[in-house]
Design a protein around this ligand. Structure first.
Ligand code: FES
Ligand code: FES
Length: 133
């Protein structure tokens, strides 16, 4: 049912934890299942995501997608991080079972919420970023 990459990220999730005094933090819930995810970003003065950590109360697919998503935004610019969509994360994991695709939405939404938090704190606007629900 799950690809090797999904199992690998589920069993050995990358970047689990929290960042004290994070530049941006986002917490989102999945309306479909009630699972919760929080993402912390450490963004330097050049707008590069130096570090990222996540925590989730969620299913295996949520853990695997968060883990992959954190790997995909680490070391990237804010605009590059905006391109890490749930679709991109699913593809990087070689796919998720159809019933589990909603799980991958959490990671994208949590990253966006954390970027929104960062933008608010710094009084900047991030192109293409909408206010989190
Ligand atoms: Fe139970 Fe996702 S619905 S862990
Ligand atoms: Fe809820 Fe996967 S079942 S995030």
């Amino acid at each position: 049912m799950y690809t090797e990459k999904v199992m690998d990220h589920f069993e050995h999730p990358r970047n689990v934890g929290e960042i004290e005094n994070a530049s941006g933090m986002g917490t989102v819930g999945n309306a479909k299942c009630g699972d919760i995810m929080r993402i912390y970003l450490d963004i330097d003065e050049n707008g590069i995501i130096n570090d990222v950590k996540f925590k989730t109360f969620g299913c295996g697919a949520a853990v695997a997608t968060s883990s992959m998503a954190t790997e995909m935004v680490k070391g990237k610019s804010i605009q590059e991080a905006m391109e890490v969509t749930n679709k991109a994360v699913c593809e990087a994991l070689d796919g998720l079972p159809p019933v589990k695709v909603h799980c991958s939405l959490l990671a994208e939404e949590a990253i966006h919420a954390a970027l929104w938090d960062y933008a608010q704190k710094n009084g900047i606007e991030i192109q293409g970023l909408k206010k989190p629900k």
